[in-house]
Write a protein that binds this ligand. Structure first.
Ligand SMILES: Cc1ncc(C[n+]2csc(CCOP(=O)(O)OP(=O)(O)O)c2C)c(N)n1
Length: 733
């Protein structure tokens, strides 16, 4: 067998094989990873990016860019190769594009190593151009439904005659694994129902998963099922047929009423003769001998490693680069005119992009009078939500069919119900699909709208995978859970949340807030709305709880500290400290009153957030008692006043445990008292911005998509939450 000295084939073929061989070499060098799917799907990724995607590599956060979500996140090296070859630029925490590439060749060479921009699975916020963190199968496609909803919602609110600001498409690449996951079916069902024509799922139909052929466990007719969901289904019988792929994408773009599924027949491990179409190609290096054979079959120099032939970068630059730049520049200039014609809407859009709040957003938040009977926190929360939402037009959300119970419905005139034909409405109906609801809400948040969803606390289990990812992505999704204790009524043990609160508190990065009364519920929303990067689980009662008399007890604004002293002994240090959360606080207050009359010196602490508390350990009390619902009441966490586990850095060797930052420190303060700041200075990387919108629309204090994380080995991430503005210089490596 003769070895070619240089790659053969036309430029398209060479580009496709560059992607394949980068994937092979990266996995080989890392000695782990998933080469098979990148080898099989390289032509699909190439054709989509090079000829279809409206995406500017020089500005990967341009608001109207098409989104590409790699839902089969194990094939991450496919995405990294595309990001590299298209020369996508990195974005810093101030949302400025900086000179260096998002993914360098060195990053690809250090695939899966500590500190590489190419971690095992794509991570939002870590690698510019990654639109969502994926890896747990099915999550990415569900996120993509939220993004496609956002495309319609944003268009409905902001597009005006002559100003088609939003029309972006959303592509998600999925494999058999995503196809089998239940969350995907939930999401597909809703997408079909809503007729999300901006959505295109590309199904890598290679019939192989880890254990072998899909025939082991999967035999349904996917096309028929999706047709039944109301999708437009089209097929490409050979993943290598670039012309057919283009036609399929055109079928998608011509479709105006339904989401599109493109079923692509592909061969996992394409080109590697001994492992093609087998599970051996799925998740391990090919091995030196097979690498040579694969490269030979591509007409590639067998011993070349990480080879990027002459002309490849240029070809990408002339394809996706030139097209994206033109589209993006035209959009910037359109927006500049829009600012003059529709200044208020433009200002909204800019604030939304930076996750800031409009002036006076909190002006109507009510204060609740003391009342021993009180009100359920789900009711007070609903009232507060309805006081905020009219002033924050991009606050949208809904429920998984429980809005009458969770009280999350927006009831003011014009709020409307989101459905086909009314895509500017603000009340969403996720149907009884909790897992998809949470992931779709993440997709909305990734598109910069402020989004919430709701259900009963006990059903948070159904959504846990998506909740966890919202925390890992650091996106401000609001998960509202009601019926938070045995006080949920007569439904019985199936509906009684027992371990859910504890398990939500165990998710690193998730702020769990369990307000004690109506005024704490109001303060909770004040805190939540100002969060820019932290998802929240807001945990509320079904039953009425007393509204505490704040002239006797400390103000509810103490909630922002995570925990605060509600009441102290009349004199002297406390002998007993009672710490309680949510509905147990009123019990603690009753105990305080009774014990005080018996001469016992008691302190009561309300601790709406266990993980964010700044409350000090009780140095003087002889006894400390935590009133909590659920099994955690017996075994105290260590330390009980606020320890929480945090994510370990990108290539995670071990988790580290440390105290979470105070809730207060996570909150930005763009209230009526502090109007939005001006934009950061535009960077020098592009000089022809008429509106410099790149910076304005994307400037978000920590950077929302990309490179704000410090390199592994530096301070643990919990501290990043305290230092909200890491120096930009640290990201200019
Ligand atoms: C929710 C979830 N379950 C299990 C896994 C582990 N896993 C990773 S890849 C994979 C098989 C996926 O098969 P397919 O989508 O066909 O990918 P391909 O073999 O074509 O690369 C599994 C089970 C996962 N990442 N996420």
């Amino acid at each position: 067998m003769t070895t070619p000295r240089r790659p053969s084939g036309d430029l398209d073929t060479i580009c496709v094989n560059t992607i394949r061989t980068l994937a092979i070499d990266a996995v080989e060098k890392a000695d782990s990873g998933h080469p098979g799917t990148p080898m099989g799907m390289a032509p699909v990724g190439y054709q989509l990016w090079q000829r279809q995607l409206r995406f500017d590599p020089a500005d990967p956060i341009w608001p109207n860019r098409d989104r590409f979500v790699l839902s089969e996140g194990h094939a991450s090296i496919l995405l990294y190769a595309l990001l590299h070859l298209a020369q996508v630029k990195a974005v810093n925490p101030a949302y400025e594009t900086i000179g260096r590439a998002s993914v360098t060749l060195e990053d690809i060479k250090s695939f899966r190593e500590l500190g590489s921009r190419c971690p095992g699975h794509p991570e939002y916020r870590w690698t510019s151009g990654v639109e969502a963190t994926t890896g747990p199968l099915g999550q990415g496609v569900a996120n993509s439904v939220g993004m496609a909803i956002a495309s319609l919602w944003l268009a409905s609110r902001y597009n005006k005659p002559g100003f088609e600001l939003f029309d972006f498409d959303v592509y998600a690449l999925m494999g058999d694994g995503c196809m089998m996951e239940g969350i995907s079916d939930e999401a597909a069902s809703l997408a079909g129902h809503l007729g999300l024509s901006k959505l295109c799922w590309i199904y890598d139909n290679n019939h192989i998963t880890i254990e072998g052929n899909t025939a082991l466990a999967f035999s349904e007719d996917v096309g028929t099922i999706f047709s039944g969901y109301g999708w437009n289904v089209t097929r490409v019988s050979d993943a290598n047929d670039l012309g057919s792929l283009s036609k399929a994408f055109q079928v998608f773009r011509d479709e105006t009423e339904r989401p599109t599924l493109v079923i692509v027949d592909s061969h996992i491990g394409y080109g590697a003769p001994d492992i093609v179409d087998t599970s051996a190609a799925h998740g391990e290096p090919l091995g030196a001998a097979e690498v040579k054979k694969a490269k030979h079959s591509y007409g590639w120099p067998e011993d070349a490693k990480f080879l990027i032939p002459d002309g490849v970068y240029k070809h990408f630059a002339e394809g996706i680069g030139a097209r994206g730049s033109k589209l993006r520049d035209a959009w910037m200039s359109l927006f500049s005119d829009y600012e003059h014609k529709h200044p208020e809407l433009a200002a909204e859009l800019l604030a939304m992009q930076r996750r800031e709040l409009p002036e006076g957003w909190d002006a109507d938040i009510p204060t609740f009078d003391a009342d021993p009977t009180g009100v359920a926190t789900r009711d007070s929360s609903g009232e507060v939500l309805n006081a905020i939402a009219p002033r924050v037009p991009w606050l949208i959300g809904g429920s998984a069919d429980l809005a009458p119970s969770t009280k999350t419905r927006l009831t003011f005139a014009g709020a409307g119900d989101f459905e086909e034909g009314n895509v500017g409405a603000r009340n969403f109906h996720f149907g009884i699909r909790e897992h998809a609801a949470a992931a779709i809400t993440s997709g909305l948040a990734l598109s910069k709208v402020r989004a919430y969803w709701s259900s009963f606390l006990v059903f948070s289990d159904y959504a846990r995978g998506a909740i966890r990812l919202s925390a890992l992505m650091e996106i401000p999704v609001i998960h509202v859970f009601t019926h938070d204790s045995i006080g949920m009524g007569q439904d019985g043990p199936t509906h009684q949340p027992v371990e859910q609160l504890v398990s939500l508190r165990a998710i690193p990065g998730l702020v769990v807030l369990r307000p004690a009364d109506a005024n704490e519920a109001a303060e909770a929303w004040r805190v939540i709305m100002a969060l820019q990067h932290d998802p929240v689980a807001l945990v509320l009662t079904r039953q009425a709880v007393p509204t505490l008399d704040r002239s006797r007890y400390a103000p509810a604004s103490g909630l922002a500290q995570g925990a605060y002293v509600l009441a102290d002994p009349a004199e002297g240090p406390p002998e007993v400290i009672i710490i309680a959360t949510g509905s147990e606080v009123s019990l603690a207050v009753a105990a305080y009153a009774e014990l005080s009359t018996e001469g016992v010196a008691v302190r009561v602490v309300s601790m709406p957030s266990c993980s964010c508390s700044t409350a000090n350990p009780p140095p003087t009390a002889t006894r400390c008692c935590l009133l909590r619902s659920g099994p955690g009441s017996r075994s105290r966490r260590h330390p009980p006043w606020g320890g929480t586990a945090m994510w370990a850095p990108t290539v995670r060797s071990s988790a580290c445990t440390r105290s979470g930052p105070p809730l207060r420190s996570r909150i930005s303060r763009p209230s009526s008292a502090s109007p939005p700041t001006r934009w950061p200075t535009p960077p020098a990387t592009r000089s022809n911005d008429t509106a410099s919108l790149k910076h304005r629309t994307s400037s978000n204090h920590r950077g929302d998509t990309h490179d704000h994380r410090d390199p592994p080995g530096s301070r643990p991430r919990s501290e990043h939450l305290v230092r909200r503005h890491p120096p930009i210089a640290s990201h200019l490596r």
